[in-house]
Design a protein around this ligand. Structure first.
Ligand SMILES: *Cc1c(COP(=O)(O)O)cnc(C)c1O
Length: 429
């Protein structure tokens, strides 16, 4: 569910008319619903009632300071993947003691910074990294809290670029090698405090079964580690999927209730109902690392149609947003629902490609999709753009990064100014 819907024929975010925002601030423009972000966080937190847990928002999904601040004030922890993300969390008022640091390639500078800030845990992805962490901590006279990421070798059945829990992925340590690694670390690495175990099997999972499979498979291991090494937490990762195809429609409760039970996409409450009974007796603190679930359907990218180009084979709608603003379709074949900001008067649909202005054939938002009519000068919204949208934007083709707006009820605040051309060349000789 989310805060985007048509009211009297205009698409609104909470109580703000998106056409007005587009006209006032220009396009491309990212708009986020604060209410939706908070709702997702709060519902997930509540779904885990009954187990000692913490929701550590995966900062990489959307790292705008105002988004982080919003979550920090609700009590979220943060899962970070770089020193830069830790810097952002601290600037936004987040507590490093509630930060976990993931990623396969942490640098010495990043490790030192995170140690000095007192993060909760380094989530380590190899024995080499664990040994390096021990060495750096030793040089600083510090003890590094750590968890190893276990690769449980389950199939997340998601796009190959966002599947991470199989043996052939670069992530984590083989399930079968973990116990011996903890054994060696406890004897040989005096500057490491083995604090937990971590896993994350992939992203955009819309079925509960891979989560259940991974939790059931790893439970005996985590209990052994608790007994032998006194670990205190188990992070079960993020990866809960969201609705992309009928994103706008899924804003309403009715839509969810109308989905046939056996095909109903994974909901927050189902996630909780299935996992809480499996996790609650373990005597461990359970960490969750959701990114997409919290922010994905909390944001849209607004763009203006510039031209309609009728080719012999296809009709192209050329818009002012490009793959540099939203790369998911080009990178992961990601699907974003496209809706006009003015509600179409009829149900008539036309087969079109919506493409950006970038000099790449991959620069499209949809191909051969049936869409309601919109014309040059009209605005459209690319739905579900709150996660891995702005965070992955670049200056490719020397295009300034778009502005970002946060809506809270009837108030819209610019939380990141649109870049100027001077910003684009700043720092160059
Ligand atoms: C990316 C990532 C997440 C968040 O994934 P979502 O699919 O956005 O929930 C969580 N944990 C780790 C280790 C990640 O790399």
């Amino acid at each position: 569910m989310h805060g985007f819907s048509y009211k009297n024929g205009s698409l609104f975010c909470e109580d703000v008319d998106l056409s007005t925002l587009a006209a006032e601030h220009g396009t491309p423009l990212y708009v986020y619903s604060a209410g939706t972000i908070i709702d997702h966080y709060t519902r997930l937190d509540a779904a885990l009632d009954g187990v000692d847990h913490e929701v550590a928002y995966a900062v990489k999904a959307n790292s705008n300071l105002s988004v982080l601040r919003l979550l920090a004030t609700k009590g979220a922890g943060f899962d970070i993947v770089s020193g830069g993300e830790l810097f952002r969390v601290i600037k936004a008022g987040g507590d490093p003691a509630h930060c976990t640091f993931a990623g396969v390639g942490k640098t010495r500078d990043e490790i030192v910074y995170a140690l000095e800030q007192g993060i909760y845990s380094f989530n380590v992805e190899s024995e080499e990294e664990l040994r390096y962490l021990d060495k750096v901590a030793g040089e600083l006279g510090m003890i590094a809290p750590a968890a190893v990421r276990v690769n449980p070798n389950v199939d997340a059945k998601t796009h190959k670029y966002i599947s991470t829990g199989k043996s052939e992925n670069k992530f984590g340590v083989d399930f079968t090698a973990i116990e011996e690694l903890y054994e060696r670390a406890s004897k040989e690495l005096p500057n490491i405090r083995l604090r937990g175990l971590q896993m994350h099997i992939g992203s955009q999972l819309t079925s509960i079964s891979p989560f259940i499979e991974a939790v059931e498979k790893v439970t005996p291991l985590v209990l052994t580690l608790k007994e032998k090494h006194g670990i205190e937490f188990w992070s079960i990762g993020g990866g809960i999927g969201i609705i992309y195809k009928e994103s706008l429609e899924s804003g309403a409760v009715d839509w969810w209730e109308s989905q046939p039970l056996e095909e109903r996409p994974l909901t927050i409450s189902r996630y909780g109902e299935e996992l809480v009974p499996r996790l609650k007796g373990l005597g461990l603190k359970i960490l969750l690392e959701p990114g997409r679930l919290i922010v994905g359907n909390s944001g849209v990218l607004l763009t203006k149609c510039l031209f309609e180009k009728r080719g012999s084979a296809k009709t192209f709608k050329i818009v002012d947003a490009g793959m540099n603003d939203l790369i998911r379709p080009a990178l992961y074949e990601g699907h974003h629902e496209i809706v006009p900001l003015s509600e179409p008067p009829t149900g008539e649909r036309f087969k079109v490609d919506v493409v950006g202005p970038i000099c790449e054939s991959g620069d499209f938002f949809c191909q051969d999709r049936l869409l309601p009519d919109f014309q040059p000068g009209d605005y459209i919204a690319l739905m579900s753009a709150g996660a891995y949208g702005f965070a992955m934007a670049s200056n490719y083709n020397s295009r300034p990064l778009p502005a970002e707006i946060l809506v809270e009820g009837g108030t819209a605040t610019v939380i990141r100014k649109r870049q100027t051309l001077d910003d684009v060349i700043a720092g160059e000789l």
